[in-house]
Design a binder for this molecule. Structure first.
Ligand code: SAH
Length: 357
């Protein structure tokens, strides 16, 4: 029998398992504290759990669902892991450091079905969803890269895949991130980024936990968005904007709109004006992301003056806008790039490269 991944179990499920072994239920919280709070790497490090219960856990469960096959460290302190799951599939996750802030970016699927034309993750289609434990595994692995003074302060679900297309497995992971007995991160420190799936946005709002929502817009009208984000043909902007407005009404959290700037495609003043009109009466923040180059694609980022002009035009419509800082550019930190290179057997240029299994 293959062992189960311990982090696939919710708090209630782990409690039920602990009770089924004849142990007191509070042991489940102890175990969770070791995993999420104290960064242990083995069951044997859980000192206040009896040897008998530790042995039962070892027979039944794996503590980690992946092994690290690549560990890259950028000059700016960003670190990126390529994790190999039990079935040999690869997942990317990133740790970004800023003063007093450690943000991790994690994936929810292997590949992606959305097909956004500029994105590396979708180039090979969707392989499968990640399980709850596999989503959390990335957090655990990145957490163990931190020094004892550092801790994860923010989580962005902006890695490979469409998080809301795997909401079933994401919800228990979000709960563990948020719970006191889990990672204990406030909801406002957790951001879910979506291509914009209206029913799923509603479902997320029904958790009644005010997570940040980021909607990847990339175009201010359906004609252009249909070209850049092919799934838009079945959705349409109006429904996305309605769902985002409802999310704001329900949670009070200002919505972020992501907009990847593609030179000559969606970066003209005309589009900035249209975007300004779309958002001026909304409580919104626009995060402009200059396109990160993806090897097989010919799309590229606009020049800095063009980018700045786009920002200024948006601001002239009273829309709050910033340009995303590039982090880990020297290690291909935009998610999906490393897995793509691994799949196509190209060796990405990286600095410096450390292998850590
Ligand atoms: N599927 C989700 C989350 C994953 S992508 C979504 O669409 O939001 C996270 C963000 O990175 C999205 O805004 C996405 O459009 C952006 N992104 C993907 N590939 C990129 C690239 N090559 N350059 C810049 N941003 C990219």
């Amino acid at each position: 029998m293959p062992k189960r991944l311990l982090t696939d179990l919710s708090r209630d499920e782990l409690t039920a398992w602990v009770e089924s072994t004849g142990n007191a239920s509070y042991r489940a919280d102890q175990i969770r504290r070791w995993i999420y709070g104290k960064r242990v790497n083995s069951f044997d490090e859980m000192h206040d759990v009896s040897a008998g219960l530790r042995n039962l856990m070892k027979e039944e469960f794996e503590l980690f669902g992946s092994s690290t096959v690549r560990h890259q460290v950028s000059k700016d302190g960003t670190e990126k892991l390529l994790l190999e799951m039990k079935d040999g599939e690869h997942v990317e996750c990133v740790l970004m450091r800023e003063e007093k802030r450690q943000t991790v970016c994690i994936s929810t699927q292997i590949g992606c079905a959305m097909g956004c034309v500029f994105c590396a993750s979708g180039l090979l289609g969707l392989k499968r969803d990640l399980s709850t434990g596999e989503i959390l595994d990335q957090i655990l692995r990145l957490d163990r890269l931190l020094t004892s003074e550092e801790r994860i302060t923010n989580v962005v679900i902006m890695g490979m895949g469409e998080p809301l297309a795997n909401l079933k497995n994401l919800i228990p992971a979000l709960l563990t991130l948020n719970e006191k007995g889990g990672m204990g991160l406030g909801a406002r420190r957790i951001t879910v980024s979506t291509v914009g799936l209206p029913e799923k946005i509603k479902e997320l709002s029904e958790m009644n936990i005010p997570f940040n929502l980021a909607v990847s817009l990339h175009a201010p009208n359906d004609d252009l968005r249909n070209e850049i984000v092919p799934v838009n043909k079945n959705i349409q902007l109006e429904r996305i904007m309605q769902a985002a407005d409802d999310y704001f009404d329900k949670t009070g959290r200002r919505i972020t709109y992501e907009y990847v700037l593609l030179a000559g495609v969606n970066d003209a003043d005309k589009q900035a004006v249209e975007l300004g009109k779309l958002l001026k009466h909304r409580n919104a923040h626009v995060n402009l992301i200059p396109m990160n180059e993806v090897a097989p694609l010919s799309l590229e980022a606009p020049s800095s003056p063009r980018t700045n002009q786009f920002v200024e035009t948006l601001r002239s419509w009273n829309v709050n806008a910033t340009v995303r800082k590039r982090k880990g550019a020297d290690i291909d930190a935009a998610c999906g790039q490393l897995r793509l290179a691994e799949q196509t057997n190209e060796t990405p240029e990286v600095y410096p490269l450390e292998i850590n299994t």
